[in-house]
Structure formats: C-alpha cells, structure tokens
Write a protein that binds this ligand. Sequence first.
Ligand SMILES: [Zn+2]
Length: 347
Amino acid sequence: MAKFNHKLLKELTDASGIAGFEDEIQVICTRELKKLCKTVTKDPMGSIIGFKPGSKKGKKLKIMLAAHMDEIGFIINYVDDNGFLRILPFGGFDPRALMCQRVWVITQKGEKLSGLLNLGTKPIHLMPPGETAKESTVPDYYVDLGMPEKEVKKKVEIGDFVTMNREYMQIGDCVTNKSMDDRVGVFLMIEALKNVKNNQNDIYAVGTVQEEIGLRGAITSSHGIEPDIAVALDITLAADIIGTEPHQQIARLREGITIKISDGASISDRGLVQEFKKIAKSKKIKHQMEILPRGGTDAGGIQRSRSGCRVITLSIPTRYGHTVNEICAINDVTAGIDLLAEWLNKY
Ligand SMILES: [Zn+2]
C-alpha cells in the first residue's frame, strides 16, 4: 500500500464547487486522470470522463466508476440594501449546522471573498425568552462580507455561489473537512486507478456533476458511456455516535469500506455484491455491509439510464455528513482503494 496521499485529498476537499459550478474541481480531476487514462474529456454538462482502454481483443465490457465532484452549498439570490447576501440551498445542509460559520463567496467576476454566515434574528441579548427555540431554514441565513453595501454591489451578483470555509485536517487516525462528500470518493477513484495493472476491459472513470441536486451528471454521463457495470463511490452515514441506537447506525468508523446492498435510490446488483464480498474476504480487506433507508448515490441515476445497468456503491463511512466537520477514518479509505483496485484487476 502506497503512503496515504494527504496532499491530493487536501487539494480536493479544500476546493470550492457546488452543483453547476464545479470548475475548480474539474481542473484537479482532469489533471489527475490525465496521468492515469488514455483520454480525458469533459461532457456537455461538465462531468470529467477518463478512459482507460482494456487490453483484451474483441468485445469488451464497459466499466464505469462514478464519484461526484460537487459539494453542498448555497447560491446568492438577493443582495439587500445593507449589503447582506440572501441565499438558497444547493443540496441539503442541516440548518442547525450553519450558525456563525465562515464561508467563501465565489463571484462570477472571479474573486473568492471571505464571508460570515449568520441567522437573520435579533442578537441573543435582545431576544425575548423562548425565541431561540424557533426552527430555522437555510433562507433564514444571510452572508455578511464585512463591506459597505456599495462595495458589495460592485463585487457580488445574483448567481454567485457560497461554500463553507474549512481546511483539511488530520485528527487522530481520521481526516476531516467540509466536502469529504464526495471529494473522498473522487480521491478513492483516482488512487485505486493507480493500482490497476493491465485491465482487460474498458474503464471509464467519471467525476460527475450535480449529484447533490438529483444525480443529474451521473444520468447524462452514463447515457453517453453506456456502461455494462457501474460502481459509484460516495460517503455513507457513520451514525455510530451518541443518540443513535446500534441498529440505526448504518455504518461504523474504522470498520472498513462499505459494500452497499441498497439505499433510497438504488438496489445494488446482487452478483456485484457477492463479487465484492468475496474479494474483500479473500484479500482480508476490512468491510461492512450497508443498507441506507433514505438518500442515494450516483448509482441510482446510472442504474436507470437507457434500459438499465448493473450497479453497486462502495461507500466511505463518514460521521457528521452534510456539516462542516465531515470525518472519515484513513483506514476505511485505504480499504476502499484496495477493494476497488482488486476488483478492477479481475476485469
Ligand atoms: Zn455524496
């Protein structure tokens, strides 16, 4: 096993890019896939497709890997007369996790501005008793750029976007950042490809766009590729925390990569589940089986493209998903890299 590539995972997770605005991550993804694939192309919606042809003569299977490049964030829909920016969600943040966060505002003019995310309520000192208990939604928040209105209006336009301002950090035997979902999946795909030697069949490694708002890039890129088999790479909930019963935890940190049986968007192909399980057992790769009652991955989009496709998802157990503190265990990520590479090498 090669040394864990913190440098690449930091670059991937620090980058800003919500659905439809994946520019920064497209550049990194293209650069990395070019080192590993024969060709790298961008499809009309912006998904990045690396093609690694198989060595076999005659008819080859098309194997698609999919990891989404977009992260959850916000779009600016209004600039008010105080220079405060009103926002709408692109993807599902828990509003409770947004109070007093630092953010980046990425403008269409090409600037990256620091901002403060705040709830549009009275300061605590002025609030009548009981008012703090009110439930808030994303549109109740606004961004303060620390600039007078005139300056703000010169720089910011409707349609600029906002992401969380967090940096990659190692913590214990784990790594944390905003947007581990799903840059850690992009990372897993790239690192696994490095260990694929002489694949017989064709591999298409795809950094997809717009997953967080409905698997859109996965649907369109798989229509273009027409894969026989697809493996989505994403995070799943490690709800092994206080307040969750053991039978509701979905996955546990440090228990290995998960092989998905089903989620809210797809049921994994049973043959593929068995293949991955068998390899994990024979190669002694730490793994756990996953059933996620709600939520989905790119596999859900790919499975329903054309006349259907055999799909599966490998997921990285992640605590505090869709917050700024998403955290994954390094050993679970490397187990995923090993399992995917071993499986690809069999094809
Ligand atoms: Zn995801």
